[in-house]
Write a protein that binds this ligand. Structure first.
Ligand SMILES: NC(=O)c1ccc[n+]([C@@H]2O[C@H](COP(=O)([O-])OP(=O)(O)OC[C@H]3O[C@@H](n4cnc5c(N)ncnc54)[C@H](O)[C@@H]3O)[C@@H](O)[C@H]2O)c1
Ligand SMILES: O=P(O)(O)OC[C@H](O)CO
Length: 326
């Protein structure tokens, strides 16, 4: 067993720390909030981000990122838009980084493996992504993920390190594909939530999933992803999960939008992150730059900007007819 580091004490960082610690690893968890550090080390719980779960005493929370940097590998689980600034403080030991966040950086339009590569020069980078509600992983429920690194040997080595009886990684060398799925599905989950909130029915939700997958695939292929990754755990698998449940923060945000509530109100008082709200405008820019048509993503951007739900839905449904396919 190894000493592993985790950056980010939100729901997902804490759940990953828990499943790794339950497998016998010692986990150093870097946490931003002093009250969360105190709760994890004092009473083995994270009431702010993962309430109701008793955590392993193999998890030690810290505010000292240099201590986490000494681990054999570091899982990076910050919100996507804060990854660059957090990694800037991580001392460089050449330790592998496993990126577990989902999104595209605003401004640069870069995937997170590109951001990490720039921020921590010299560390090999892998991406872990898939259908993974944090509370289920922390509860020890069976979960499968994609673990992608350009270097196949590294991907296999990291998969062997993190694999647990309830966490099964599937290895890939398609880093871009693994990232596209996680980033795009969050935007599409908002759209499915809107369908739910506006009472548009199950047929409409299935249509958004299917046509959303088509636009995920168009964008992914244009950016060099492989089709089998997009139809795998990190793409279609995560899309189906996140578009089906109010356990998803992105889906829940969409439900509120579909009920006609403004995005600012829905986002203002939450401490948890709904990545799709940040990714949608960035994805729309990246798609435009790649010459890819993403009508569902465009619709989500309009709704986040306060457009009327009925008008946005009508505009989507009255687009020129086209052949089915990607
Ligand atoms: N929760 C899940 O089920 C889940 C599963 C898979 C992937 N993810 C991804 O993991 C990433 C983290 O999500 P989460 O659910 O753990 O977070 P969360 O919503 O539970 O908690 C918010 C996190 O944001 C951090 N944060 C807030 N402001 C910050 C700042 N200025 N700088 C750095 N960090 C800041 C907080 O410290 C906390 O760790 C996201 O990209 C998310 O999409 C989440
Ligand atoms: O709650 P969400 O919408 O951020 O989704 C969590 C995970 O990404 C699901 O795989």
């Amino acid at each position: 067993m190894s000493v592993l580091g985790v950056l980010g004490g939100g729901a997902w960082g804490t759940a990953l720390a828990q499943v790794l610690a339950s497998g016998g690893h010692d986990v150093r968890l870097w946490v931003r909030e002093p009250e969360v550090i105190e709760a994890i080390n004092g009473t083995h719980e994270n009431p702010l981000f993962l309430p109701g779960r008793t955590l392993s005493d193999r998890i030690e929370a810290t505010g000292d990122i240099t201590w986490v940097a000494e681990a054999a590998a570091v899982l990076v689980v910050t919100p996507a838009q804060h990854m660059r600034s957090v990694l800037a403080d991580l001392p460089r030991h050449g330790q592998p980084l496993i990126l577990c966040s989902k999104g595209i950086e605003a401004g640069s339009l870069k995937f997170l493996h590109e951001v990490a590569g720039e921020a921590v020069d010299g560390s090999p980078v892998a991406v872990l992504s898939g259908p993974t509600f944090a509370h289920e992983v922390a509860a020890g429920l069976p979960t499968a993920v994609t673990l992608a690194a350009e270097d196949a040997a590294l991907a296999h080595q990291l998969a062997a390190t993190i694999a647990q009886p309830t966490l099964r990684p599937y290895v890939s060398t398609d880093v871009v594909g693994a990232e596209v799925g996680g980033a795009v599905k969050n935007v599409l989950a908002i759209a499915c939530g809107v369908v739910e909130g506006a009472g548009l029915g199950q047929n409409a939700r299935a249509a958004v999933i299917a046509r959303g997958f088509a636009e995920m695939t168009r964008f992914g292929l244009a950016r060099g992803a492989r089709a089998e990754t997009l139809s795998g755990l990190s793409g279609l698998g995560d899309l189906v999960l996140t578009c089906s449940s109010t356990s998803s923060r992105n889906f829940s945000l969409g439900v509120g939008l579909g009920q006609g509530r403004p995005a600012e109100e829905l986002l203002s008082d939450r401490r948890t992150v709904a990545e799709g709200a940040h990714t949608a405008p960035v994805l729309a820019q990246a798609a435009a730059a790649a010459g890819v048509d993403m009508p569902v993503t465009e619709a989500v951007c309009q709704l986040l900007d306060g457009a009327d739900v009925g008008r946005v839905v009508e505009a989507l449904l009255t687009r020129p007819l086209r052949e089915e396919g990607f």
